[in-house]
Design a protein around this ligand. Sequence first.
Ligand code: SF4
Length: 457
Amino acid sequence: MTLENVTIINAPDRLDHEGENGASPPLGCVRVAYAAKSAGANEYFIDGQHYPTVREVMSKLPEKTQIAGISYNMGSIDQTVALIKGIFDSGIEKILVGGQAVIPTAENFVKSFADSRIIACSGDGEPAIQGLVLGKSLEDIPNLVYFEDGQVRRTPAELTDYEDLNFEGQVNGFDWQSYFEYTQRFFGHNRASAYFTDGCPNRMGEDELSGCSFCTRRRTGSIRSVTPEQAYNHLKFLKEQGAEQININDDTFFASPGLLKGLAEQFEKKGELGLGLHVYARVSELTPQRLDLAQRIGVKSALVGIESGNSHIRKANGKPISDERILEAGRLCKERGISYDGAFIIGMIGETPQTAKDTVSLIRKLAQEGISQNSYADRFIPLPGCLGYHLIQQKLPSNPVLKQKYGNQFTRWDYDWSVLADAQLELNTSITREQAFNNLEEIRKINEASGVKPIIA
Ligand code: SF4
């Protein structure tokens, strides 16, 4: 039996880390809603960021909904629990929970409900939702973790081909204008977002925990990308919707070797779009050749994960880049009018009071030399799936006091992220909570002195 009425919900997030909640749509959710539509469903999308309470989100749920798809992150776990309960009580037949947060904890998640109606998506959501819409047996649908006959079952993984994705399809309940209302407030212009490439070269190693020590990005073993023509057409589509600037949310905009070059060729052939682009990048990727191309297509800023001001800490945490390279990449960006925004973390594995100070010093140096005026900084939050989390799990059994204090947070899907952050400081560093916050406060002041909006979690 097909289940045609599908509502995809982005759970309300109360964290608002960067003060920009509501400005950025969850593109993965929108794509899953579109995939449901392609399979013949009557789709509806609700972005919980735009509603103050779970009750209000529930009030928007179309009455005939048969499948509810929910995506959540570390800041919306409580709301997700409330949503699942509310949706259950309304008699919906299936709840598919997906997104980055549930993937590493899918088995615990499913076990905690022990109900065959609650299913976790352990990979790409598109084939999973389509299988449910078409009424296939769960065992025949890829990327699922579900509960049946007292056991947790897992189906094989299947990757979606990015070239088959349709980004322009209209989805009921989704409208760029509702996001521009927020971006006008935060940025003073219409800003949309796009996602062209999935995967990061740092996460391609065989080792399950290779890459940055805090990274929880799913490992697919591949870098998937849309074609340059698709990317160009999508940027053009967003411009037609009224966008003036675009955040490109790829893990790193430079991961797909052909995309940047191909996009520059598209611009040359089909014309400039006059959009400002904001991208993520790795320091090692910022070469003169790549930055020339980036400048040509309108890249205005690159957010780069520098993470620490201490080279040993960077190396120990999967970022083996030298101080010289960090400064050189910044200067190359500056020469081309591209803002070089560093992202830093206080409380990296092995952090000491001195290495945390090194981070503050590097941020100050970047600001004083006019290389980077805006630094993002946060505490290390060891989420399931990252090296920091794994190390804490290994250390807890031999420390009864800390096991008592933190143990139950490291076995559950509905953890409290702030407790995980405290555990990181206590088990993986030699700095205190107070020292961590003092360093973050110093970074905030450096940003403030540079005259930019301080963005500190
Ligand atoms: S944090 Fe970014 S650069 Fe590091 S492994 Fe993850 S996606 Fe790659």
